[in-house]
Design a protein around this ligand. Structure first.
Ligand code: NAP
Length: 463
């Protein structure tokens, strides 16, 4: 029996798109096609591969209007934000620009006696399993370096953003990527895990939840397939006593609320030096007062619905649990009539009187909610920041970069930000620790995930 994969729009609850999941035979045929196409693709010079990938990105840019509208229907992001083109273009251009350097052989010796070096070799077929929250960015993070390095790519996108893979395939084909080199497939979880367990791929990049990452790791067990697992977060901000308060409020609150809080590196908890706590909270509430929750197609909307009512339910449950345990919510429902308490439209919320016994300060919320706590010094802030099962990013606010660096080195995290938050820098590896998973995308290291080393020890003369 064919399984149908459905995208239920959070905008109005209707089935926006549905596609049949591939059966085992069809999925195996996709992998076989990818393997065959990769052999020819690898023979294409690096410069030409890079040109074709960037032409695909340009073709996607030309589809901007339809892409922006589809994102709003599929996962609720307001159209005023214009899709993910800024980030996609920045990252693709950067990754294309460093390809030669990242893929160059490491030569230890090259003279009359020896050539000793390490080359990077494409792994073959790369499988990308992508989430819905930044459906283009998260997918391209791996697709771009994988293709440029000479791999074929198979993409399985999230059900919530079912049409994104089709758009990416269309754009890359328009850009001139040969048939079979990039394929989008629709699969259910069992079909996805079956392909991985069957050693279909040289590398799998999974971006998503901790539970999903664990399932992928189990599927790959014993196959020795390389895995990149980019999972959840509970990212902290820490505002020190010398911070620029307005700047900190603006960036941290945006980091907490943008995309309805559905950012892996969104700010979910804020620790403020006790001297500024009341002031910070007051300004944060004023900042949140500027948000407009509503239909993402309305130009005035700055906060759309969450991607799915089941995510909204989790957020409401966390807030209710925190309030029952003594947390104080500072945003009143009457300011956000679009939130009926049941739909995917969830009002922003700021919680004080919170502590780490509450789920909202421990578990990933992935919604427009932030808890704020006062701290007396760096040591207390450090203890609280590290009191988390996750480690993706930490955002420090001070005028003293040396202090930030020293403190940053003691935080269990993938990235330390100073006076910045919720940003993926393509020059810095995107990585995490603890339940955030392992591996790294972006930067020169991002090319290592999609290639394997091959050593050459060539003795050229008899000793
Ligand atoms: P998810 O439910 O784990 O799904 C992610 C992708 O994996 C989807 O394509 C999903 O397919 C598939 N999938 C999930 N479970 C699977 C399984 N057992 N077997 C095979 N495939 C499976 O995550 P999400 O809700 O889409 O995304 C939100 C999560 O992603 C958050 O936790 C967020 O923090 C994390 N995230 C992390 C990063 C990072 O860089 N660290 C970036 C973005 C998001 P279906 O959609 O069909 O279920």
């Amino acid at each position: 029996m064919t399984t149908m994969i459905r995208c239920i729009s959070p905008v109005d609850g209707r089935v926006y798109a549905e596609r049949p999941a591939l059966g085992p035979g069809e999925a195996d045929a996709v992998v076989a096609r990818a393997r065959a196409a990769q052999r020819d693709w690898l023979a294409v010079p690096l410069d030409e591969r890079r040109r074709l990938v960037l032409a695909g990105i340009a073709a996607l840019n030309a589809m901007k209007d339809v892409v922006v509208e589809e994102i709003a229907w599929q996962m609720g992001r307001p159209v005023r934000y214009g899709g993910e083109f800024g980030g996609v273009n920045e990252r693709a251009t950067y990754m294309a620009g460093i390809a030669e350097e990242a893929l160059a052989p490491l030569v230890a010796q090259d003279d009359a006696l020896f050539t000793r070096m390490i080359e990077r070799e494409a792994v073959g077929v790369v499988f990308v399993v992508a989430p819905w929250n930044y459906p283009y960015l998260t997918a391209f993070n791996t697709i771009v370096p994988a293709l440029i390095a000479g791999n074929a790519v198979v993409l399985k996108h999230a059900s919530q953003t079912l049409l994104v893979g089709e758009r990416i395939a269309e754009a890359l084909a328009r850009g001139g990527i040969p048939e079979g080199v990039f394929q989008n497939i629709v699969l259910d979880h069992a079909g996805t895990e079956r392909l991985i367990a069957n050693r279909s791929f040289g590398f799998v990049n999974f971006t998503g939840s901790v539970g999903g990452g664990q399932a992928i790791e189990r599927a790959a067990a014993g196959t020795f397939t390389g895995l990149g697992l980019e999972l959840g977060g509970k990212d902290p901000g820490y505002v020190m006593e010398d911070a620029d308060l307005d700047w900190a409020v603006d960036v941290l609150m945006d980091g907490a609320m943008y995309n309805a809080g559905q950012c892996c590196c969104g700010i979910e908890r804020i620790y403020v030096h006790e001297r500024h706590f009341d002031d910070f909270v007051q300004r944060a509430v004023a900042w949140a007062g500027g948000l407009r929750l509503g239909n993402p197609f309305d130009a005035a909307t700055t906060l759309g619905p969450m991607a799915n009512v089941r995510f909204a339910r989790l957020v409401r449950d966390q807030v209710a649990d925190a309030v029952a345990r003594g947390a104080r919510p500072l945003i009143e429902r009457q300011h956000h009539p679009a939130d009926d308490g049941e739909s995917a439209y969830v009002m922003p919320q700021i919680l004080v009187n919170v502590d780490h016994s509450m789920s909202v300060m421990r578990d990933e919320t992935f919604g427009p909610v932030v808890g704020i706590m006062p701290v007396k010094d760096d040591e207390e802030a450090l203890r609280l920041m590290n009191d988390s099962p996750f480690g993706l990013t930490a955002s420090l606010w001070t005028k003293d970069p040396d202090r930030a660096l020293a403190l940053g080195r003691r935080i269990e995290t993938g990235t330390v930000f100073l006076n910045r938050a919720d940003y993926v820098d393509p020059a810095c590896t995107w990585t995490g620790c603890k339940d955030t998973g392992r591996g790294g995308s972006m930067s020169v290291l991002g090319y290592q995930a999609v290639t394997r080393p091959r050593s050459y020890h060539l003795r050229k003369a008899k000793p």
